[in-house]
Design a protein around this ligand. Structure first.
Ligand code: ZN
Ligand code: ZN
Length: 195
């Protein structure tokens, strides 16, 4: 089978199963995992396929041809693809947040209702699982969305470079989610009573 045929087959399989492990694709297509990775790279680069925890899944938005004029589920701002944080929920529901700031807060609210969360790399056009990216908070560059700003990067070295140029702090998913929540909720309320 030619690479292009395998890529077509991979997309078909992902449409059917939604998320698959590299090992499952390798078994299904009868080629090595290395070959699967090679086949996947261009699909990931043009946004057709998303890297997830331990596997890959098909990008949802490829099927929708309407312009993205949805408002943020959390703050009501108009969303744009460059920053949007998307939540795929149980029962095939979907929500879009304007940026990782709102996305992380909404994700925290929904908890186990979230099947998958995806966000873009700030430098490249790839779409990534929110659990895998690096979050840069409080950088000095203004991207015109919510404050404190939260930007997402696929690669640690990109996040490092960005922070070198524009300041800010790098977090992993869980830390980023807690940090933004604490920042937005301050220390008011019942937390004082613990002293
Ligand atoms: Zn928002
Ligand atoms: Zn925002």
């Amino acid at each position: 089978m030619l690479p292009i045929e395998r890529q077509h087959k991979i997309k078909e399989l992902l449409h059917k199963h939604h998320t698959m492990k590299i090992s499952e694709l390798s078994k299904e297509l009868g080629v090595s995992e290395m070959t699967i990775h090679r086949d996947l790279n261009p699909l990931i680069d043009d946004g057709a396929v998303i890297k997830t925890f331990g596997g890959v899944s098909i990008a949802q938005k490829q099927n929708e041809h309407k312009p993205d004029t949805k408002d943020c589920i959390f703050c009501g701002r108009t969303t744009n693809d460059r920053l949007a944080y998307r939540l795929i929920l149980t029962n095939n529901r979907k929500e879009t947040a304007c940026c990782a700031h709102c996305g992380l807060l909404r994700h925290r609210q929904l908890g186990d209702d979230v099947v998958q969360a995806i966000c873009p790399d700030f430098f490249r056009q790839t779409t990534l699982s929110a659990q895998l990216v690096f979050y840069v908070m409080d950088a000095s560059v203004d991207v015109g969305c919510c404050h404190p700003q939260v930007l997402t990067f696929e690669r640690r070295e990109d996040a490092d470079k960005f922070v070198t140029g524009f300041g800010g702090t790098i977090y992993h998913f869980a830390e980023a989610q807690e940090t933004i929540f604490q920042k937005m909720n301050g220390h008011e309320g019942c937390s004082n009573s613990h002293h």
